[in-house]
Design a protein around this ligand. Structure first.
Ligand code: NAP
Length: 282
């Protein structure tokens, strides 16, 4: 018979970044922990680059099941993990790690998964295979989006970035379906694009607006913006005014958290309106 007073330590997970104050992940994971009645905590951990390796190595000894990794450590984590998923290797960055029983670290990248799940949930008729995609930006988030769209079967992906060379590097890695378009010709590339994605930081609070005209997009196109603060960016506002289907970026953030939570806490959480409200209220 088990001892009713037996102490069960809480399950621990968290998010490691520098700075970490901006992260909405603690609200999200603690919402899920409460919702599922799990004895656990999800903790923001601030680790500067100089403390990163030692800090990560200490976490399993402190009882952590795993953590999310955010700016600026996503690329360094790729080198520190003992093994990584194919999608993390392809994206070239890790945002979710799990400490295995043998002490090894498994790295994953769930950003592309979050992107696709957000599209599926909020634009159920959307299909990456329905026509060309236009991706604006070629930074870290773009790598996840490009990789996810190609996995979903997009046949032609037009990639425009202010710094053309960065887009070219991405195209060289991902193959012939990715075609680089000049930043100042991005509006032309909206012609026929059934999926249009802003992965730049333009439109974020404190940043200039994204001023790419997408008037030539087909009426059946779906437009999404990875920026979620503000929730409805001027770019999405304009797309909606053109009568296009729009999807905001908050759902991507929420969905990318699902695989980590499931691995660490052994429950698959839902992305629902209650969660959106909790994270928006933060
Ligand atoms: P990043 O690696 O720093 O890339 C930034 C991108 O924005 C680059 O393509 C950069 O172009 C472009 N950019 C910045 N300022 C510009 C300007 N004034 N004019 C034209 N282009 C400009 O950042 P990231 O990690 O990819 O993140 C990008 C955005 O996605 C951020 O707003 C981030 O919050 C958001 N995001 C959202 C989610 C989500 O879950 N919804 C997930 C990840 C990221 P250059 O190459 O020319 O500098």
């Amino acid at each position: 018979m088990s001892d009713v007073n037996e102490y069960r330590p809480p399950l621990l997970a968290g998010v490691v970044g520098y700075p970490i104050d901006h992260s909405r992940s603690p609200v999200m994971h603690n919402y899920w922990l409460k919702r599922h009645g799990i004895n656990g905590f999800y903790i923001p951990i601030s680790l500067a680059a100089s403390d990163f390796v030692a800090g990560i190595r200490s976490l399993p000894r402190l009882g952590f099941k795993g953590v999310n990794i955010t700016i600026p450590h996503k690329v360094s984590m790729l080198g520190l993990a003992d093994s990584v998923t194919d999608r993390a290797a392809l994206i070239g960055a890790v945002n979710t790690i799990t400490f295995k029983d043998d002490g090894s670290i498994r790295g994953d990248n769930t950003d592309g998964y979050g992107f696709i799940q957000n599209m599926r949930q909020n634009a159920p008729d959307w299909d990456a295979r329905s026509g060309p995609a236009l991706v604006l930006g070629a930074g870290g988030a773009a790598r996840a989006v490009v990789s996810a769209l190609l996995s979903e079967g997009v046949t032609e992906l037009r990639l425009a970035n202010r710094t053309r060379q960065r887009a070219q590097l991405l195209a060289d890695q991902f193959g012939a379906k990715v075609q680089v378009v000049d930043w100042n010709r991005a509006s032309d590339a909206a012609d026929g694009a059934m999926t249009i994605v802003n992965t730049t930081s333009l439109g974020m609070q404190g940043q200039p607006d994204l001023l790419i005209n997408i008037d030539s997009a087909p009426k059946a196109a779906t437009v999404t913006d990875l920026v979620y603060a503000p929730l409805i960016t001027p770019f999405l506002e304009n797309a909606a005014a053109l009568g296009l289907k729009t999807v905001d970026g908050l759902g991507m953030l929420l969905h990318q958290g699902v695989p980590g939570f499931e691995l660490w806490f052994d429950h698959r959480p839902e992305v629902d309106e209650g969660l959106r409200m909790a994270v928006l209220d933060r």
